[in-house]
Design a protein around this ligand. Structure first.
Ligand code: BES
Ligand code: ZN
Length: 882
């Protein structure tokens, strides 16, 4: 475990290595508790490097067995095990040499799931970001690229399957019950893309013919008996491969592409070259066990990891500060793919919701950092929603500034110029500048300034001049280490909507650049004057969420309702309605907290129900319109002195008002949207199921009879319908016989299906109220719970902390104490996951004073504990900074 005194890594300290790595040959002799790794590294000194500069290799939790240069053992005075790494001196000044290093590791004891680990009889690896150094001593950094040849020796019986990156070049029986496979990956790659998998798994096979006619073998490996659940992932893979050819001109570059699904995995999935490793929850799906959300997620993640083959693997990061270069861009590519596969507006709205409820709080709290950070203590902690989702939005804004064709040209240049390289965000931006001539100097601040910009808007209509003046101001709140911010280049797509709902096109616009409907905000404050406007319009700001900003605009409710009714941009339409609901929920929460009466505004119900009733709209979109902002969204919007009870209560009142006003509509929808015929996971069918589920949930809000839901549960013919009914039952009718019956049924029916039981855990972890903590503790004693498996931990403990605001934030602070105990214990086994779970308390300072103090003391207790991992220490220290 990394418990050394942490030294920050600074971007400004970057320099290339003194030695150039040419090739890597690795041999693994697999053993459950003792695996021997022999590595042969061919190096030469980089021209210009000092003739006596030593070679620095990273290492972590390794036992060194042998060290030799060109076959000669290295004398002990020529090397030093410095901390966890290795420093070797006296190496040839000019000639190339081969370093051989033999290390011993214990895959079974590896509970961190970083490096080579063995769970459920399967050996697998996770090397990003710094896991390769847990396999062998190595220059474990992304700018060291080499061609790898990998020999794996394992037992024929327990490891019939021996996989690594690239192409299989040899397989042979060793005669002693063991066999051997040799893999070669012709594409130079950094160590973080290395992978090895060994064990006994089933495979489903397919193939793909590339645009230029090459045949690529496709293989997905899953647990025996689960073959029937890998079809959707395979289909998603083929669609991804085709899409990248058509949209970005990118073909796959090996003869085989493999995916392995494993059940113990810290993250979602990993893009190792030619051998992706996935958390099995993101591969396995069938109608009985997977929800529509699961299908959608599988499609997106398979695509994401596949798209990394070009954005990440062929062109990688110079250093980890550039992480968004591959992750932000690949999320953007993945989103575009999903938008092309499904409903573009629905995909976009879900992105906006995710960004607001995850990235905005990060950007506004103690863990805020720029998309490209300048320092870190632990890189694992920078795989954040800022690097991913805000990074994605930055690429999306580039596309908005230079147009879709301009973006394609810039990407073409990027691939042409940097293929095979390890590059920076500056290199990336330069390609768009060079391809289109657009200056992105000011725009590049999006990578460097943390914090969500706030756009303040005021508008004034002059009837005699027939002009509309729109003044936009921008400011970015201070964030840790950054107090002064400069104005950025912000593309705000803006529409003017006339009183009859028609779009008004101005004769001209002055005050700044306007391209199409994009207003280019570049100064701290700027007034755009729209000429030739016959009557006072409603201003629709930030259409399609063109910039990841908060908009502060004191707009009359009637204007927002008009936009919600008439905007041609479906995202802005939804946003106007959602904004009305959010505003109402904030007002009601404040009133309840002040012990005043809170009544639901009728306009909100009317606006939302109009969406729900409009049959010209797609069902999924109607379902989204009916989805109220979450309690966490309201808390974020309130920003300070949050009382989770008041927020919960406000949301209950508004939801009940909508349920009442929409009674007949919901009854009709619950009936009409019922699935008939065979299950299909397509977006349109999924949308109907979503609309039905939300109609049922509203119906339940004003009923005291759980029986219809129990009936819906019993009749369900898909997991979406089944878990939908179960969630409504347990949240609306907790502890009634009907809820208990359904819960018990579900538990028995899916006794052998851990991934399905995760849904059962999560549904119960999210039940609001004081009893939640005891319920969660009880569920931890369930035989299906396993605190060593990240999926189980996230499903129960993670869901409790992240999606049960009243239960987790109970006023006596006991849930915080429980969480602290749990995390302290888990930190000893899996620091990466622990630190990630810790971040769900990052907004604790926005709570009302009593809860805030209790949360703080629980976090302080963690900070003061002995032997914290570097991961967890970094997070709690930053959370406690002010
Ligand atoms: N490269 C990452 C996996 C990763 C994340 C490795 C953190 C090491 C540390 C992969 O491409 C990824 O981003 N996976 C995401 C899912 C993706 C669809 C956003 C994940 O694992 O959550
Ligand atoms: Zn990724």
């Amino acid at each position: 475990m990394k418990t050394d005194t942490p030294q920050p890594v600074y971007l400004k300290d970057y320099r290339p290595t003194d030695f150039v790595l040419e090739t890597v040959a690795l041999t693994f002799e697999l053993g459950e508790t003792e695996t021997t790794v022999t590595s042969q590294l061919r190096f030469h000194r980089r021209p210009g490097a000092a003739a006596d500069a030593p070679l620095h290799l990273d290492g972590d939790a390794l036992t060194l067995v042998e060290l030799a240069v060109d076959g000669e053992p290295v004398a002990s005075e020529r090397y030093q095990q410095s901390g966890p790494g290795l420093v070797i001196s006296g190496l040839p000044a000019e000639a190339a040499f081969t370093l051989s290093v033999t290390t011993r590791i214990n895959p079974t004891a590896n509970t961190q799931l970083l490096g080579l680990y063995r769970t459920n009889g399967i050996y697998s690896t996770q090397c990003e970001a710094e896991g390769f150094r847990r396999i062998t001593f190595f220059p474990d950094r992304p700018d060291v690229l080499a061609v790898y040849t990998v020999t794996i020796i394992g037992c024929k019986k327990t490891e019939p399957l021996l996989l690594s990156n690239g192409n299989l070049i040899e397989k042979k029986d060793l005669g002693d019950g063991r066999h051997m496979a040799v893999w070669n990956d012709p594409h130079p790659k950094p160590s973080y893309l290395f992978a090895l998998v060994a064990g006994d798994l089933a495979v489903i096979e397919d193939h793909f013919v590339t645009a230029s006619g090459r045949n690529v073998k496709l293989e997905i490996y899953v647990e025996h008996g689960k073959e029937g659940r890998a079809g959707y992932a395979m289909d998603s893979l083929k669609r991804s491969m085709r899409w990248d050819e058509e949209r970005f001109g990118r073909e796959y570059d090996l003869d085989i592409f493999m995916i392995v699904a494993v059940s113990d995995f810290n993250m979602g999935a990993m893009e190792n070259k030619g051998l992706n490793v996935f958390n099995d929850r993101l591969i396995l799906a069938d109608p009985q066990t997977a929800t529509d959300d699961d299908y959608e997620r599988i499609e997106a993640v398979v695509a994401h990891e596949y798209f990394h083959n070009w954005t990440g693997n062929r062109i990688t990061c110079r250093d980890w500060f550039q992480l968004s270069l591959k992750e932000g861009l690949t999320v953007y590519r993945e989103h575009e793919f999903s938008a092309d596969q499904r409903s573009r507006p629905v995909i976009r709205i879900n992105e906006v919701r995710f960004l607001r409820s995850n990235q905005f709080p990060e950007d506004g709290g103690p863990l805020a950092h720029p998309v490209r950070p300048t320092q870190y203590l632990e890189i694992d902690n920078f795989y954040t929603t800022t690097v991913y989702e805000k990074g994605c939005e930055v690429s999306r804004m580039i596309a908005t500034l230079i147009g879709r064709d301009g973006f394609r040209k810039g990407m073409d240049l990027y691939f042409e110029r940097h293929d095979g390289g390890a590059v920076t965000i500056e290199d990336y931006l330069k390609c768009f500048e060079d391809a289109t001539g657009r200056d992105l100097t000011q725009f590049s601040l999006w990578y460097h300034q943390a914090g969500t910009p706030v756009i303040t808007a005021t508008s004034q209509y002059d009837p005699s001049a027939k002009t509309l003046s729109l003044t936009l101001g921008q400011s970015i709140p201070p964030t840790p280490g950054q107090t002064d911010k400069k104005p950025m280049h912000i593309p705000i797509r803006t529409g003017l909507i006339g009183a009859n709902g028609e779009e008004i096109e101005p004769v001209s616009v002055s005050g700044g650049e306007r391209t199409g409907d994009v207003l280019h905000l570049t100064r701290a404050s700027q007034t755009f004057v729209f000429e030739g406007i016959a009557s006072k319009p409603a201003v629709s700001l930030n259409r399609d969420f063109s910039a990841p900003v908060r908009v502060s605009y004191d707009q009359p409710v009637a204007e927002r309702a008009l936009i919600a009714r008439s905007e041609t941009d479906p995202v802005a339409r939804w946003d106007a309605a959602n904004g009305l609901a959010l505003q109402a929920l904030c007002q009601m929460s404040r009133a309840l907290q002040a012990e005043e009466a809170a009544e639901a505004d009728e306009t909100v119900a009317r606006v939302l129900l109009a969406f729900a009733a409009d049959e010209t709209l797609e069902p999924d979109y109607r379902a989204l319109a009916l989805t109220l902002p979450s309690e966490t969204d309201v808390a974020r919007e309130l920003g300070e002195n949050v009382d989770p009870e008041a927020v919960h209560e406000a949301r209950q009142i508004l939801a009940a008002a909508i349920a009442k006003a929409g009674g007949t509509l919901f009854a009709r929808l619950a009936d009409e949207m019922r699935d008939t015929g065979a299950f299909s996971p397509d977006a349109a069918s999924a949308g109907r199921r979503a609309l039905r589920n939300i109609a049922l949930s509203y119906q339940a809000r004003i009923s005291d009879d759980p029986e219809p839901l129990l009936a819906a549960y019993k009749q369900a013919n898909s997991m979406t319908a089944l878990i939908g009914a179960l969630r409504i039952l347990v949240s609306g009718f907790a502890d009634t016989p009907a809820a208990s019956e359904a819960l018990a049924d579900f538990r028995t029916r899916f006794a052998g299906e851990p991934l399905v039981l995760d849904k059962w855990f999560s549904a119960q972890a999210a039940i609001a109220g004081e009893e939640a903590l005891e319920r969660v503790k009880g569920l931890m004693r369930d035989a299906a719970f396993n605190s060593g498996n990240p999926n189980r931990v996230r499903a129960l403990i993670g869901a409790f902390a992240a999606s049960n605001p009243t239960g987790f934030n109970r006023a006596d602070g006991l849930a915080y104490d429980f969480y602290a105990d749990f995390l302290l214990d888990m930190d000893k086994r899996n620091p990466n996951l622990t630190a990630r779970l810790m971040t769900s308390m990052r907004s604790f300072e926005t709570l009302e004073p009593i809860r805030r103090a209790r949360a703080r003391s629980a976090i302080e207790r963690i900070a003061e504990a002995d032997g914290l991992s570097r991961n967890l220490r970094d997070i709690v220290n930053r959370m406690l900074k002010n």
